[in-house]
Structure formats: structure tokens, C-alpha cells
Design a protein around this ligand. Structure first.
Ligand SMILES: Nc1nc2c(ncn2[C@@H]2O[C@H](COP(=O)(O)OP(=O)(O)O)[C@@H](O)[C@H]2O)c(=O)[nH]1
Ligand SMILES: [Mg+2]
Length: 320
């Protein structure tokens, strides 16, 4: 999607930041891995300890079992002779889960605005991700418009407008309390009239009830779909990785009701250990589009399985 410009942004810098931020404090996986195997020998006890480490890192029970079963088979085949072999086995297993969900967003602007509807709970990072995405999409040569579909809080509209000004992209908004579906549709019409390539629609994350929120989001989809059957082309769930297993539950609920087409995982720079990505990838098998590692506009990158796994397994100092 972001062709040449993407390369110009020097992803190596991002990988470095990802490694240091995801491992803030200690490089949990490598550090702990080495600690698990003081004598260098891998046995069933080591795998059991690794199992609890993965569960504590938000990987979730069933996904952890999948990984450990894989390693157990290798152990039985006598393939896990030392720490390096364990690390390599783990890397393979993580890649088996994450590579299939490495599916970057492709923007097709052939007919009508390409609509990206952002959904997710309050505070997940929807509005911030829209700001980061707007810059990215603009830099790649597409025109962008924002729709202030979070009409629940007045501050939400202002926050989106600030991102709009910062990136010099138009924002379509109405007063707070307005019908979000009407705001998004209004923006869609404006985008169509002005030949805008991409419309990024913000939404609320909290209403009086979860059911109310889902109904509201479904209505936005329905209203858009009535005018362009392909819209919204992307229903992107924004997930806060520091929410742990709760994020997995959220993802399932949103997917069940709305039919998600992609996920962006934020706040991998915080206390999160990143395991939630494995849990979500394994359970939902939905494309992971971007990962966020901070609040700044360039603290977001296309999700790449190998980069991510190498960041998880980076040993303190080495590789960095
Ligand atoms: N550290 C960190 N903070 C983030 C990231 N993404 C968003 N935030 C912050 O999380 C808070 C909530 O984000 P916001 O976009 O308003 O969430 P929304 O309610 O889903 O729209 C804000 O303070 C953001 O700056 C991230 O990747 N890392
Ligand atoms: Mg918001």
C-alpha cells in the first residue's frame, strides 16, 4: 500500500524502537528463557515453566498450548538440545501463528472513497491511530478526509480536528450528540464529491451499553452500504495490547457483530508483553494491519511477523 515512501521512512529505526519498547524493563522472553535453562539442558520442566511465562504474557491458554505442544514434539525428537535450539523452535512456532495474519492493508481507490471505519473500546487508540494513518496515507500520495463519528464526547471531535490540522486534512464534524451514521454518511458524500481517495471514520468506544455501541456501529455500516455496497471497505478494530486477555474478548465481540476486516494493535510500548497479538492471531485469524508503539505520528508501522517475533526474542543488548 505505501510503496516507495514506506521504504524512505527507514523501518530499521522503527524495529529498533519496537525492540527496546516492547522489552522495556527487561527483555522478557529472551531474558526469561535464559533464566529457565541455567544448566543449558532442555527438559519437560523447562517447557512447563515456559508455558506459564507465555500465559502471563497474555498469549492465552489455548494458544500457549499450541506453542508448547509444538516444542514438546521437538523435545521428544531430541531436537531441543540447548537454549539456541529452544529459541529457534519457539521462533518457528510464533512465526507459524503470526505469518498468516501479516496482511498489510491495500487501498483500492478505483471507485468512490475507500472507507476505513475504526472501531474499538474507549481509550484503545482509535483517534490517535486515525491521526497516524492519515499522515501515512497522505504521504503515500492519496487524499484523505476524516469523519468525526465519535459524537458521544465533545472532546473527541476536538481531538480529531487537532489531528486533521496537524496533517492538513479536512475533517467533517457535527455537534456532539449528532447521529454518528449521519456524520459518517455526510463525510462520505463530501469525500465522493471532492474525489477524496480515503475516508477515515472515527467512532465512539463507549455508550450507555455495549449493545447500544454495537447497534450504532452496525448502523454506520448499513447506511454506508446502502450507497456503496463495498463500503466500508475496511472495518478496523483498534486493540490496546495492555488490556491483556480482555482485548481478546473485545475482539471476539466486535468481530461477531460487525465482521472485522483488520486489526491494529496499540500501546506495545507500555506494560504489555505483546502476547495478546499471538492470542488474537491464533483465535481470530484476522489480518493484523499495524502496530503502535507510542503516541507520536511515526510510532506506528505495518505489522511484519518476522520483525515482531525478532523483537520479542531480542536478547538484551545483542541484536539491538
Ligand atoms: N503509549 C501509547 N499510547 C497510545 C498509543 N496509541 C494511543 N495512545 C494513547 O492512548 C490514549 C487514548 O487514545 P485515543 O486515540 O484517544 O483512544 P480512543 O478512545 O480509542 O479514540 C491517548 O492518550 C493516546 O495518546 C500507543 O501506541 N502507545
Ligand atoms: Mg477517540
Amino acid at each position: 500500500m505505501f510503496g516507495k515512501k514506506e521504504k524512505a521512512q527507514k523501518p530499521e529505526g522503527f524495529i529498533k524502537r519496537l525492540r527496546s519498547r516492547i522489552n522495556r524493563g527487561n527483555s522478557w522472553l529472551s531474558y526469561d528463557l535464559a533464566n529457565l535453562v541455567p544448566g543449558g539442558e532442555i527438559d519437560e520442566d523447562v517447557l512447563e515453566e515456559l508455558e506459564s511465562l507465555l500465559v502471563m504474557a497474555d498469549v492465552g491458554v489455548d494458544t500457549t498450548e499450541l506453542i508448547i505442544d509444538d516444542l514438546r514434539k521437538s523435545l521428544r525428537r531430541n531436537e531441543l538440545k540447548d537454549l539456541d535450539a529452544l529459541r529457534a523452535g519457539l521462533e518457528r512456532s510464533l512465526l507459524n501463528i503470526l505469518t498468516p495474519v501479516e496482511k498489510p492493508l491495500v487501498i483500492d481507490k478505483t471507485d468512490g472513497p475507500f472507507v476505513i471505519l475504526m472501531v474499538g473500546v474507549n481509550g484503545a487508540g482509535k483517534t490517535t491511530t486515525i491521526g497516524k494513518l492519515a499522515r501515512r496515507i497522505k504521504d503515500s500520495g492519496h487524499s484523505v478526509m476524516l469523519a468525526a463519528g465519535d459524537t458521544f464526547r465533545a472532546a473527541a471531535v476536538e481531538q480529531l480536528q487537532t489531528w486533521g490540522q496537524r496533517n492538513d486534512v479536512p475533517v467533517i464534524a457535527q455537534q456532539s450528540g449528532a447521529d454518528p451514521a449521519a456524520v459518517v454518511f455526510d463525510a462520505w458524500q463530501a469525500a465522493k464529491a471532492r474525489n477524496i481517495d480515503v475516508l477515515l471514520a472515527d467512532t465512539a468506544g463507549r455508550l450507555q451499553s455495549q449493545a447500544g455501541l454495537m447497534d450504532e456501529l452496525a448502523k454506520i455500516q448499513r447506511v454506508l452500504g446502502r450507497h456503496d455496497e463495498k463500503a466500508p471497505q475496511e472495518v478496523m478494530l483498534v486493540l490496546d495490547s495492555s488490556q491483556g486477555q480482555n482485548a481478546l474478548v473485545q475482539a471476539e465481540k466486535f468481530h461477531e457483530r460487525l465482521g472485522l476486516t483488520g486489526i491494529t494493535v496499540t500501546k506495545l510500548d507500555g506494560s504489555a508483553k505483546g502476547g495478546i497479538l499471538l492470542a488474537v492471531a491464533n483465535r481470530l485469524k484476522l489480518p493484523v494491519r499495524f502496530i503502535g508503539i507510542g503516541e507520536a505520528v511515526d510510532d506506528m508501522q505495518i505489522f511484519r511477523a518476522e520483525e515482531f517475533v525478532s523483537a520479542l526474542l531480542a536478547s538484551g543488548g545483542k541484536d539491538q
